[in-house]
Design a binder for this molecule. Structure first.
Ligand SMILES: NC(=O)c1ccc[n+]([C@@H]2O[C@H](COP(=O)([O-])OP(=O)(O)OC[C@H]3O[C@@H](n4cnc5c(N)ncnc54)[C@H](O)[C@@H]3O)[C@@H](O)[C@H]2O)c1
Length: 393
């Protein structure tokens, strides 16, 4: 679709689906107030952000766009000409100023990120009423394993209830979008067979986070089966890189090493080193974009299935697990500073001893091919970190 046709189809969708006398809900209202614009201008910004450039016919909603992975995926899609609009509730699970800085980065590149919650059906319906989304890249979630001990309901709110609200809006949309969404390597739970393959069992989650991701996979199956939604689930393996998440070990270790704070390194059973299949953000973005490009359209429309639809699951990992001790020594080397380390036995809080991805399926079907080793990836992270927080090594 050319951009002029796309533009007129956006406008037609807008005039067809927005009920006269439409009143924005409270969250949209707050967003409009924050931006000091009218409802019409708000719509205009969303439409403009989602208008594909010449040569693209993709209208993409990215949930969790102010998050780590969401920001990178949104930038990559926008830069190649797809129409992209973001949604994020900017919660304070970690420093919201980092999310605001990511939003500013996206706005500079023409991506509008709406401040809204997945559970706000009215807001989502409004958005789907004005934009004929072809794809939803669903990355919003309550992430992190340990936080579930503190706030279990936040996982239910975003990963269960929010997911269902989004799916309900997707099935009623006409056209129905294809969905690409973030599951997690955590669904492999306490499995001991390595590497983890998509056909392995995933019925022993070790954390509430993992249980909600596994539940998400089951919900996706149901919506694919009943409504003909095209679904691609991506099991990410410990993604790291610039603009990363402060709750993850590589990030907090960097912060603590620089400020001479002790770091706690967990040890597995029998004093073994924990290991993770650390995956660099650019490799993950490549897998996300390839998933989007190979996603077939949903077969349903307006809530009715018209035929079987695509349902896929891929591991997106690096395939070379690295021990946490090696992560620490690489950071020490890059920061030119020795860490003050305390070793303790891994508590029973949901962490698993190791992860290791088999990516042969993603390689065969998506052309996925991770190329960044941990040292090169951390080097780029550390350089971003020092610049962002204006620190000297
Ligand atoms: N980073 C990793 O290593 C990793 C590994 C496996 C899976 N994942 C999954 O990938 C996705 C992206 O992860 P990330 O690392 O970018 O995390 P992130 O926390 O940086 O991004 C998630 C974003 O979603 C937003 N959000 C949460 N609940 C929301 C809601 N109810 N409504 C609207 N927005 C909401 C948050 O504000 C946040 O900005 C998540 O689904 C996560 O579970 C990440």
């Amino acid at each position: 679709m050319s951009s002029s046709v796309a533009s007129s189809s956006l406008k037609t969708a807008s005039s067809l689906h927005l009920a006269p006398g439409f009143e924005p809900d409270r969250k949209a209202d707050q967003e409009i107030e924050r931006l000091c614009i009218s409802m019409e201008q708000w719509e205009e910004r969303a439409l403009k952000s989602c208008l594909p450039a010449q040569g693209s016919d993709k209208f993409i909603l990215i949930t969790g766009a102010a998050g780590f992975i969401g920001t990178h995926v949104a930038l990559a899609l926008k830069r190649r000409g797809d129409g992209v609009v973001g949604l994020d509730n900017f919660n304070d699970y970690y420093d919201p100023s980092l999310k605001a800085a990511r939003r500013a980065l996206l706005e500079k590149e023409g991506v509008f990120v709406i401040d809204g919650d997945l559970n706000d059906a009215r807001l989502l319906e409004t958005l789907f009423g004005i934009i004929p989304f072809t794809h939803v890249m669903h990355l919003a979630a309550q992430a992190g394993v340990r936080y579930a001990l503190e706030n279990p309901h936040s996982y239910v709110h975003s990963n269960i209830s929010g997911l269902i609200t989004l799916l309900q809006v997707c099935v009623k949309a006409n056209p129905q979008p294809a969905l690409i969404w973030a599951s997690s390597s955590s669904v492999y739970g306490l499995n001991t067979k390595v590497p983890f393959s998509e056909s392995d069992r995933t019925d022993s989650p070790a954390s509430l986070y993992a249980a909600t991701k596994k539940a998400g996979e089951e919900f996706m199956h149901t919506y694919n089966h009943i409504y003909g939604l095209s679904i691609t689930g991506l099991r990410f393996f410990t993604v790291y890189g610039p603009w990363g998440r402060p709750d993850m070990a590589y990030f907090s270790f960097t912060r603590d090493i620089l400020s001479n704070k002790q770091i706690t390194v967990f040890k597995g059973p029998d004093n073994t080193d924990l290991a993770r299949d650390f995956t660099y953000i650019d490799d993950v973005v490549q897998g996300c974009v390839a998933s989007l490009d190979t996603a077939q359209p949903s077969t349903g429309s307006g809530g009715k299935k018209r035929g079987p639809a695509q349902l896929r699951t891929f591991n997106l990992g690096n395939t070379t697990p690295v021990t946490v001790s090696c992560l620490v020594s690489t950071l020490e080397n890059l920061l030119g500073k020795e860490a003050n380390k305390k070793y303790i036995q891994m508590p029973q809080n949901g962490d698993v001893p190791f992860t290791h991805a088999d990516v042969s399926l993603a390689k065969a079907e998506l052309g996925y091919s991770p190329t960044t080793d941990l040292h090169s990836g951390l080097k780029r992270f550390v350089s971003w970190y020092l610049n962002y927080y204006k620190k000297e090594t």
